[in-house]
Design a protein around this ligand. Structure first.
Ligand code: IMP
Ligand code: MG
Length: 180
C-alpha cells in the first residue's frame, strides 16, 4: 500500500485501469454524433480526469473545444451543500453540444445546477462524463451519460480529488486509511 504524507493509501482504481477506462469512454463519446463539441471541465476536482479524457478523445479522432468552470459545492467538510459558480466559462454555449466533465457524481446537485445553467444559455445538448459515480448518495434525478467507475461509499482522493487540499497529485484513486 503506498504511503503519502505519512498516510497509507489503499488503491481503489490504479493509474493503468483509469487510462484503459478513459480510452473506452472516449470511444463511447466518439460514437455519438456531437457537432461543435464544447467540453467543460468542472474545477477543481476534474482537472486531471479532464486532461486525460480530452487526450483520449484526441486519440479517437475528436477535436473538442475546452473550457473550465469553477464550481464550489462544499458546505463544510466532506458533505456537499450550496452550489456556486466561482469562475464562469468565457465561451458561448448557444446551439452547441456541451460535455461537462467532473470527478464524482454524488448527490447530483453540482452537475444538475451546471447542466441547467448550460441549457438555460441555449446549449443544444448537455451531456455529463464523470470518473466516479456514487449512486447510493444521489439526491437528484440526475444520471451521467458516461461513467468511468462505480464508486463505493467512501471518501476518495487522488487523480485530482482532495481532502483538505491534499492528495490531488496522486496518479491513482484511493482511500486514506486512518484519520485524515
Ligand atoms: P454532488 O454530486 O453535488 O454531491 O458533488 C459532487 C462533488 O463533491 C464532486 O465533484 C467532488 O468535488 C466532491 N466529492 C464528492 N465525493 C468526494 C470524495 O469522495 N472525494 C473528493 N471529493 C468528493
Ligand atoms: Mg467537484
Amino acid at each position: 500500500m503506498p504511503a503519502v504524507r505519512g498516510k497509507d493509501i489503499e488503491v481503489l482504481f490504479s493509474a493503468s485501469a483509469i487510462a484503459r477506462r478513459n480510452l473506452e469512454l472516449a470511444k463511447e463519446i466518439a460514437g455519438r454524433d456531437y457537432t461543435d463539441l464544447l467540453v467543460i471541465s468542472v474545477l477543481k476536482g476534474s482537472f486531471i480526469f479532464a486532461a486525460d479524457l480530452i487526450r483520449a478523445m484526441h486519440d479517437v479522432g475528436l477535436s473538442p473545444e475546452v473550457e473550465f468552470i469553477f464550481i464550489s459545492s462544499y458546505g463544510s467538510g466532506t458533505t456537499s451543500g450550496q452550489v456556486r459558480v466561482l469562475r464562469d466559462i468565457d465561451n458561448e454555449v448557444k446551439g452547441r453540444d456541451v460535455l461537462l466533465i467532473d470527478d464524482i457524481l454524488e448527490s447530483g446537485k453540482t452537475l444538475s445546477y451546471t447542466r441547467e445553467l448550460m441549457m438555460s444559455r441555449g446549449a443544444k445538448s448537455c451531456s455529463i462524463a464523470v470518473l466516479l459515480d456514487k449512486r447510493m448518495r444521489r439526491q437528484t434525478e440526475l444520471n451521467a451519460d458516461y461513467v468511468g467507475f462505480d464508486c463505493p461509499d467512501s471518501f476518495v482522493v487522488g487523480y485530482g480529488m482532495d481532502v483538505a487540499h491534499a492528495f490531488r497529485e496522486l496518479p491513482f484513486v484511493g482511500i486514506v486509511k486512518g484519520d485524515v
